[in-house]
Design a protein around this ligand. Sequence first.
Ligand SMILES: [Zn+2]
Length: 208
Amino acid sequence: MFSGGLDSTAMLVKLLAESSDELRVHHIRMVNREGRDRAEQRAAQSIVAWCRARYRPFRYSESALDFSALEAIPIDYLSIAFVACQVAIDTPGCNRIAVGALAADTDIANRTARQKRVFEEMYACYRARKLGEPQVDWVFPVWHTPKAGLAAALPPELLDLTWSCRRPVEGFRPCMSCKACKAREEAEKLAERQGLRAPVTPAHNPVS
Ligand SMILES: [Zn+2]
């Protein structure tokens, strides 16, 4: 499951570079009142093109959930569980789902447990119709890596393609004040302080 953010991009690179697993990379266009879907989709597609050219071929697909008419912002990890189930069923032989969750993410143990609960209830409905593999495991390839370590490990030009902001200004400019912007800024600064990478411009993913 690939958002186009720093964490899932680091996960994708790790899987491409360190495994020979056949990958199906899937991006969900999460359309809601935060208005981040176009920037995320552009990031996802740019990153996929970059990785295909430099690592190895893989299958890529997208789907969309449009909640833009709702006042409330739906919980992402539940939407991801819902879509992951459809994608697993749609992928012959699929027996693992990889997500870019980090051990340091807020309340991640509970969120992950709820996410898997939604997935498993849905998947059981398909299994009742003899569809899908008998078992699907959720894997967390970058779980133990701090965000600064992920930022440091990514090639700088790839890091610049990733998108983090939840509430971009006019669709494509990072707000620099949401939780995701702050976490990313902190990770990049830490990576620089530790001498792990050269300074990067704060206005990542610039609009041309
Ligand atoms: Zn932001």
